[in-house]
Design a protein around this ligand. Structure first.
Ligand code: NAD
Length: 486
C-alpha cells in the first residue's frame, strides 16, 4: 500500500500570462529630436524583435551622423533656457516624468518584457518602479545641487551624450537622464539596438510632461550611432554604460579632447559564502545574484566563492533550488528566467559554456522544456572551476554561475580581488565584524552583505579597474554632471 503524504504532492502553476492588449506600440518610431518624432536623414528603419518569439514588434529609425548633428543643434539651443529655469521648475518636470512613468507602469513593463525578454515579474516589480524612483530622487536634488558637492558653487556642463545597453533599458535611461536634467544639462540618449522601445515611450512621456523641445533627444541606432555621438565636438560629456571593449574605444576616441567621460562597464563579481552564513538564505541570494534577468546583469554574482567546509551542502541546496526555477515565456507572471536578449548574446553564452566544459569544469544544467522559437539558455552551474578557466575570468552575461572554493578569509579576499573587474561583490556571513573587514578589503564599487542585486536610487553605483569610473545614483551621481565654479 502506498501512502500519499503532503510532501509527495507535485505542485505546478497554472499559466498566468500578462495581457498585451492594453499597450500602445506604434508600427514605426522615428528619432525623437527637438520634441518630436522625425524620420532619419537616410530613411533607415530596422525592426526590433521579441527574443522570446523572434517576431518583429515595431520598426525603429536608426540615427546617422546627420541626425546626431541635428539633435546636438537642438540640444544646444535648448540648454541655456533649461539651465536658467528656477531649480524648482526643473524639479517639477522631473516629478511629472516620474508620475507619468508610474501611470504608464503596466504598459512600460509589458513593452520592456516583449522587447528584451526579461520576465514580466522583474520589469513590473524592479525595472519600472526603480526608473520612476530615480526621477523622483533627482527631482528632489534639483534645488539642492550645491549640497551634493560639499556646498560649492556649481554649474551644468551643457549638452551630454548618453549611451546605454540592453539589459535594463528604461532603468539605464532613467539613471542617465534624471541626474543630468536635474543639474541643468540637456541630454541626447542612445538606447541599445535590441531594446529601443521603452526609451521611445519615455520620449512620449517627455512630450506628455511638456518638457521643452531639445531638453531630451532619443536617438535609437547601433554602435555607429553611438560612435557618431562620441565624435560630436559640441558635447560636453559622454556617459557610457556597456561593455569594457566599447568603453575602451570611447576612451581612446575622447583622449585629448575637452569632453568629459564616465564609464560603467562589465563585471565578474564575487559572491562569497562563509561557513557561518545562514545557508538557505545564502542560496536564495545566489539564485537572485546570478539568475535575475537571465544573468544579463553587469554586477551579477557570477563567481561564487564557497568556503570549503560548506561547499557540498551549499551546492546540494543550490542545485535543488535551481531545479525549481521556471524558465520560459517572459510574459507569464510565474516565470523566473526569461529569454536571452538576442541570438548574438546566446551565441556568446554558448561559446563560453563550451570553453568551461573543454577546460575541465563540471557542468550541470537544469532540465526544462524550452519553447521552440526564441533564444533560451537553461540555468547552469559549473563546479571544479579553477581561477585560470575562462568561465572564472570572462563575463558570460548569462544564467551561468562558476563555483570556486576557499579555506580562509584571506584566501577569499585574494580570490575575489583576482579579477580585472571590480564592480560588485556579495558577502554571506552571520558575523558583522567579518563582513566589514572583508568588504573594506574588496576592490569592488558595491558590496552587499547578506543580500544581492539590491538597487536604490539614493546609493552610489559604479566600478573599479576595468569596470569603469564615475558613480551613478545618490548625491555622488550629481558630481559627473556638474562643474564646480568655486
Ligand atoms: P555594448 O558595449 O556592446 O553596447 C552598449 C551600447 O553602446 C549600445 O547602445 C551600443 O549600440 C553602443 N555602442 C556599441 N559600439 C559603440 C561605439 N563604438 N561607440 C559608441 N557606442 C557604441 O554592450 P552591451 O552588449 O549592449 O551590454 C552589455 C555590457 O554592458 C556588459 O558588459 C555589461 O556588464 C555592461 N553593463 C554595465 C553596467 C554598469 O553599470 N557597469 C550596467 C549594465 C550593463
Amino acid at each position: 500500500m502506498s501512502i500519499e503524504t503532503r510532501t509527495s504532492i507535485v505542485w505546478d502553476y497554472a499559466p498566468a500570462p500578462e495581457s498585451a492588449d492594453h499597450i500602445r506600440v506604434r508600427e514605426r518610431y522615428g528619432l525623437f529630436i527637438d520634441g518630436d518624432f522625425k524620420d532619419p536623414a537616410d530613411g533607415r528603419y530596422v525592426p526590433t524583435i521579441n527574443p522570446a518569439t523572434e517576431e518583429p514588434i515595431a520598426e525603429v529609425a536608426y540615427g546617422g551622423p546627420d541626425d546626431v548633428t541635428a539633435a546636438v543643434e537642438s540640444a544646444r539651443a535648448a540648454q541655456p533656457k533649461w539651465a536658467a529655469l528656477r531649480d524648482l521648475e526643473r524639479a517639477k518636470y522631473l516629478f511629472r516624468i516620474a508620475r507619468l512613468i508610474q501611470e504608464r507602469a503596466r504598459e512600460l513593463a509589458v513593452v520592456e518584457t516583449l522587447d528584451g525578454g526579461k520576465p514580466l515579474r522583474e520589469s513590473r516589480d524592479v525595472d519600472i518602479p526603480l526608473a520612476a524612483a530615480h526621477f523622483f530622487h533627482y527631482a528632489g536634488w534639483a534645488d539642492k545641487l550645491c549640497y551634493g558637492v560639499n556646498a560649492r558653487e556649481v554649474r551644468p556642463l551643457g549638452v551630454v551624450g548618453q549611451i546605454v545597453p540592453w539589459n535594463f533599458p528604461l532603468l539605464m535611461a532613467a539613471w542617465k537622464l534624471a541626474p543630468a536634467l536635474a543639474c541643468g544639462n540637456v541630454a541626447i540618449l542612445k538606447p541599445a539596438e535590441t531594446t529601443p522601445l521603452t526609451a521611445l515611450l519615455l520620449a512620449e512621456i517627455c512630450q506628455e510632461a511638456e518638457l521643452p523641445p531639445g531638453v531630451v533627444s532619443i536617438l535609437p541606432g547601433n554602435g555607429d550611432t553611438g560612435a557618431a555621438l562620441v565624435r560630436e565636438k559640441d558635447i560636453s560629456k559622454i556617459a557610457f554604460t556597456g561593455s569594457t571593449a566599447v568603453g575602451r574605444e570611447i576612451q581612446a576616441a575622447l583622449a585629448g579632447t575637452h569632453t568629459r567621460l564616465t564609464l560603467e562597464l562589465g563585471g565578474k563579481s564575487a559572491n562569497i559564502v562563509f561557513e557561518d552564513a545562514a545557508l538557505d538564505q545564502a542560496v536564495e541570494g545566489i539564485v537572485n545574484g546570478i539568475f535575475f534577468n537571465q544573468g544579463h546583469v553587469c554586477c551579477a554574482g557570477s563567481r561564487l566563492l564557497i568556503q570549503e567546509s560548506v561547499h557540498d551542502e551549499v551546492i546540494g541546496k543550490l542545485w535543488q533550488r535551481m531545479g525549481r526555477l521556471r524558465v520560459g515565456d517572459p510574459m507569464d507572471k510565474n516565470t523566473d528566467v526569461g529569454a536571452i536578449n538576442s541570438a548574438e548574446q546566446l551565441e556568446r553564452i554558448e561559446t563560453l559554456v563550451a570553453a568551461g566544459e573543454d577546460e575541465g569544469a563540471n557542468r550541470r544544467t537544469i532540465a526544462c522544456d524550452l519553447p521552440e522559437r526564441g533564444y533560451w539558455f537553461a540555468p547552469t552551474l559549473f563546479t571544479d572551476v579553477s581561477p585560470a578557466h575562462r568561465i572564472a575570468i570572462e563575463e558570460i552575461f548569462g544564467p551561468v554561475v562558476s563555483v570556486l572554493t576557499f579555506r580562509t578569509q584571506a584566501e577569499a579576499i585574494e580570490k575575489a580581488n583576482n579579477s580585472r573587474y571590480g564592480l560588485a561583490a556579495g558577502i554571506w556571513t552571520d558575523k558583522g565584524s567579518k563582513a566589514f573587514e572583508v568588504a573594506s578589503a574588496l576592490k569592488a564599487g558595491v558590496v552587499w552583505q547578506n543580500t544581492y542585486n539590491h538597487f536604490d536610487p539614493t546609493a552610489a553605483f559604479g566600478g573599479y579597474k576595468e569596470s569603469g569610473f564615475g558613480r551613478e545614483g545618490g548625491p555622488a551621481g550629481l558630481r559627473p554632471y556638474l562643474q564646480v565654479v568655486r
